[in-house]
Design a binder for this molecule. Structure first.
Ligand code: FAD
Length: 272
């Protein structure tokens, strides 16, 4: 439970963070809320030689309207999103799901950027930003680039970010179709989802049904061709690769996904 030795450096701006990470090379890692990285370091599943603390880079902490979309800075905490009036009005799915992450301590320290960069398929927000068709902005030594949510999650704990690249902003278009729902099945209130579902209009994304968050394409196609919630939900597991672990078998997760997608679609319909 004691991490391997590392060098700690604190950045006060995005530019400084990028410079420090570049100096640290491939063994440098950004530290945001620390609620995923520090447990991994204590178990020595992560052994970065340099930690670049971005926790006080205030220019990355905001939620604002920006033309046709809502922009969320990468360092915005789950709690700030859960309490945001702008998100409650414009993107209630994100505000609500952020309020379901862990417990109050986790929500005060954990950040949206850390949650997305960590790319845990059991995490809540990756599926939410997938359902919302968000675009992620990453900055590296050679400038900024945009990555769609669909291209961002590459594999288990693997994102499209390159070493030394900093996730700076999440841009979320105003949803074209109203009606949303977030369903999360857990053993205890503070747990990660055994299975979760995020719905915005006709977009459906799944938590913990594969090595990455997944769009439930077969459900979306069924909805688009006129199927009702229950009939569409029957396809929930069609394109998934649900894991088998101490919490649930693959078959149980597939069953849960059908039940939760039906509930989510019905709730979304009642809110549309
Ligand atoms: P950190 O731990 O600081 O970093 C995580 C990873 O992202 C590291 O690799 C780091 O280098 C990288 N990183 C961080 N920020 C950036 C950035 N801006 N650009 C590039 N890379 C970056 N999550 C859920 O979704 N649902 C839950 O129910 C849930 N329950 C939890 C319960 C507990 C007890 C704990 C400890 C955590 C839980 N979490 C849950 C995870 C929590 O949401 C984490 O806070 C989050 O996943 C990581 O955010 P962080 O800011 O703490 O990132």
């Amino acid at each position: 439970m004691i991490p391997a030795p590392f060098t700690y450096q604190r950045a006060s701006s995005v530019d400084e963070a990028l410079n420090l990470a570049a100096e640290g090379g491939d063994d440098a890692k950004f530290l945001a809320g620390g609620h995923s990285l520090l447990p991994l370091m204590k178990l020595r599943l992560a052994v970065p030689e340099v930690l670049v603390d971005i926790g006080r880079v205030s220019e990355l902490r905001y939620i604002r309207e920006d033309g046709g979309h809502i922009a969320v800075g990468a360092l915005t905490s789950h709690d700030e999103m859960a309490r945001s009036g702008l998100l409650a009005a414009e993107l209630p799915l994100l505000a609500h799901a952020a309020g379901q992450v862990g417990d109050p301590q986790v929500r005060h320290r954990g950040t949206i950027g850390g949650s997305l960069a960590h790319a845990d398929p059991a995490a809540d927000l990756p599926a939410v930003i997938l359902a919302l068709d968000a675009t992620l902005i990453a900055r590296g030594p050679s400038g900024s680039r945009e990555i769609t949510a669909g291209e961002f999650f590459r594999g288990l704990f693997e994102s499209a970010l390159q070493p030394g690249e900093l996730l700076t902003e999440i841009r979320i278009p105003r949803p074209q179709q109203a009606g949303w729902s977030f369903q999360k099945f857990t053993k205890r209130a503070i747990d990660w989802a055994i299975v979760g579902v995020a719905v915005q209009g006709g977009s459906v994304a799944l938590v913990n049904m594969g090595p990455t968050p997944l769009r439930a394409g077969a459900v979306e196609r069924a909805l688009a061709s006129g199927a009702g919630p229950r009939d569409a939900a029957a396809h929930a597991a069609a394109e998934s690769a649900a894991p088998e672990d101490i919490n649930a078998s693959c078959g149980y997760r597939e069953h849960l996904s059908r039940v939760l997608v039906a509930r989510a679609l019905e709730e979304a319909r009642s809110r549309a």
